[in-house]
Each structure stands twice: as structure tokens, then as C-alpha cells.
Write a protein that binds this ligand. Structure first.
Ligand code: NAP
Length: 307
């Protein structure tokens, strides 16, 4: 069973993809029960006729019992200027959800979507007490899609010609597009791009969400599809390589922090954290990015002690 906590724009889009593909039974949990029930009623009509799954909505966390995957897309409000702007209040919300998961579904895999995603992946892992291999933050695969898109524009090609476009680090202003791995038509892009082009593309990937916000608001379909891919690989036990945020224990010289790194994932959670041979510059940028997340984790954990 798939539980999706938060039936807003993102949670309901993820539910639509899971339901319309007949992936598994779905429970939507939302603060306002009416919204969860409404989305479930709507998505019920998108389930394939040949599928035996069902979807329901509730505000009762006990309904997440027996979930294999729990997606967290609950949020107090949308951020406008920075993903960290309501970090402390979001941390209180996520701590509460973490306790509910510890009580009702301690064997589930958690996929954190709520921002700031890296910090909240850390908080939910601590609060739910689930093994770190079972707690992932979804964002680096979305950022990697954005990197692939920007590279395809730079080379005036279609996205299928770009491979191995990976973004690591924080899902925020310090994220690190890994140029040393990306390829255009099989050729390393680092040999084809100038330093000025790389710097501009890095800024475009980091600021993609701001451009999106100005046109339509925060991402819905992009994050929904990237989250659905992870849900599917866990439910179907399809071993998949993709980047996501996870608690590190020495990989890339980092520990005690969650940031986006390349992973191998299946229904056992994270099978492996894949260590790419990135350049010295990329490694330094990754360390700077992780240090930003660590600072925010310290602020949040300190705040939670007294709130
Ligand atoms: N990781 C990424 O790359 C990425 C990309 C895009 C968005 N996001 C994040 O995803 C989150 C959701 O975005 P959205 O656009 O879907 O926001 P939204 O439309 O405002 O939805 C948030 C939902 O959370 C619900 N909620 C609030 N507190 C809750 C609680 N205690 N228990 C259960 N549900 C609760 C709200 O319920 P009510 O109906 O009662 O208000 C609302 O339905 C945000 O944090 C956003 O920044 C992340």
C-alpha cells in the first residue's frame, strides 16, 4: 500500500500517477479530510478498469498502517523566496508526522518531498527512527531532469541526446550539477562547454524553480513524476539508479547530513550509495553545499529541543 500525506497540488499529482497506473492501493491523509476524500473520489475514476486497486482519503494517521511506501508532501504553505523560509514551522509538522509513522508504519519506506527537503529528510529519519536506508528525500532527480533540460537547450538538441546529467548536494541554491559525468550524444559535455557556459547553466539549473514560480507556481508534474518513479521502483522491486537525498555516513567525505547523491534503490530501500569519481572542484562544491544543509539541520534540531 502507498500512503501519501498531504493532498495538495503535489500529493494529489503523485496519487494520480500511482492510481492511474494501477500501481497499488493508496491512502491519502490530509489535514482537511474533505480534500483527501475529494481527491480520492476523483482519482478513483482514473484507475484502469483491469486494476484491482482502490484509493481512499482520511485525516486519520492510523490508516497508514501496513504501508510499504509513505510519501510526505504535507506543507504549511508554499515558499516564495527561499525553500528554507518556513523551515522551523515545517520541522514541527514533520516531527509530528514522523511520530505517527513510528507508531503506525515503522517498516515503511519514507519519501520526503516537503521543503526544505534535505533538512526534513534528516528530521523525519530521526523522529521516525526508521533505518536511514529507508528514508529518502526526493529532489535531486528533479534537479537532474532540469540539468538535462538546460543542457539539451544549450546543445539545441532534444533531451534524449543528453545522458548521465546528475545533480548532487542540497536542493537549493548550492546544488551541484556534475558536468564531469554528463554527455551529449555520448561525448563528455565538459569537453564541449566553456567555463562561462558551465557557470551560466549552473545558475539556470539552480534558479529553474524561480522561473517556474513566476510562470505557474511551484513544480507539480516534474516532482510528481520523479517521486512516482521512486515509489514504483520500491513497490515493484525494480532496482533503479537515481539520485536522492539520504543520510550519509562517510561517503564523499560527508557524514551526519542528508544531501542528494547517486543511489541504487529497490524494495529494500537504498541498496548502495554510489561514489562517482567527481572532480576536485565538484567535490569542494558538494562539501560547501552539505555544510549549508548541516547549518540548517543544527538550527532546526536546536529549535525542536525547546518547541
Ligand atoms: N522536493 C521537491 O523537489 C519539491 C518540488 C515541489 C514542491 N515541493 C514541496 O512539496 C510540498 C507540497 O507542495 P504543494 O504545492 O502540494 O502544497 P499545497 O498545495 O499547499 O499542499 C500542502 C498540503 O499539505 C496539507 N497539510 C498541511 N498540514 C498537514 C498535516 N499536518 N497533515 C496532513 N496534511 C497536511 C495541506 O492540507 P490542508 O488542505 O488542510 O491545508 C495541503 O493539502 C511543499 O513543501 C513544496 O515546497 C517539493
Amino acid at each position: 500500500m502507498i500512503a501519501i500525506i498531504g493532498s495538495g497540488k503535489v500529493g494529489s499529482a503523485i496519487a494520480f500517477l500511482c492510481g492511474s497506473s494501477g500501481l497499488d492501493n493508496i491512502i491519502l491523509v490530509n489535514r482537511s479530510e474533505k480534500k483527501a476524500i475529494g481527491e480520492a473520489l476523483d482519482i478513483s475514476n482514473a484507475i484502469p478498469a483491469s486494476s484491482s486497486i482502490s484509493i481512499s482519503g482520511s485525516s486519520d494517521y492510523s490508516k497508514i498502517k501496513d504501508s510499504d511506501v509513505i510519501v510526505i508532501a504535507a506543507s504549511l504553505k508554499a515558499h516564495m523566496q527561499s525553500r528554507s523560509e518556513i523551515m522551523l514551522d515545517q520541522a514541527i509538522l514533520i516531527r509530528k508526522i514522523g511520530k505517527e509513522i513510528a507508531t503506525h508504519a515503522p517498516d515503511a519506506k519514507i519519501l520526503m518531498v516537503t521543503n526544505p527537503v534535505d533538512v526534513l529528510t534528516y528530521v523525519i529519519q530521526k523522529e521516525s527512527k526508521l533505518a536511514s536506508k529507508n528514508v529518502l528525500g526526493v529532489a535531486a532527480s528533479l534537479d537532474s531532469s532540469r540539468f538535462r533540460y538546460q543542457l539539451s537547450r544549450e546543445f539545441a538538441t532534444n533531451q534524449s541526446k543528453i545522458t548521465d546529467a546528475i545533480v548532487m548536494g542540497e536542493h537549493d541554491d548550492s546544488m551541484v550539477p556534475i558536468f564531469s559525468y554528463a554527455k551529449f550524444d555520448g561525448k563528455p559535455v565538459s569537453e564541449l562547454l566553456s567555463a562561462e557556459q558551465k557557470s551560466r547553466i549552473t545558475t539556470e539549473v539552480r534558479n529553474y524553480w524561480k522561473c517556474l514560480r513566476d510562470y505557474k507556481g511551484n513544480s507539480v508534474f516534474g516532482i510528481a513524476k520523479n517521486t512516482f518513479d521512486l515509489v514504483k521502483c520500491i513497490i515493484k522491486n525494480e532496482t533503479t539508479n537515481l539520485p536522492a537525498s539520504v543520510l550519509l555516513g562517510g561517503q564523499y567525505g560527508l557524514s551526519g547530513v542528508c544531501v542528494g547523491v547517486p543511489l541504487t534503490v529497490n524494495n529494500g530501500g537504498v541498496v548502495q550509495i554510489n561514489q562517482l569519481e567527481i572532480t576536485e572542484n565538484e567535490k569542494n562544491s558538494l562539501h560547501q553545499s552539505a555544510s549549508n544543509v548541516k547549518n540548517n539541520i543544527s538550527k532546526v534540531m536546536e529549535f525542536l529541543k525547546t518547541n
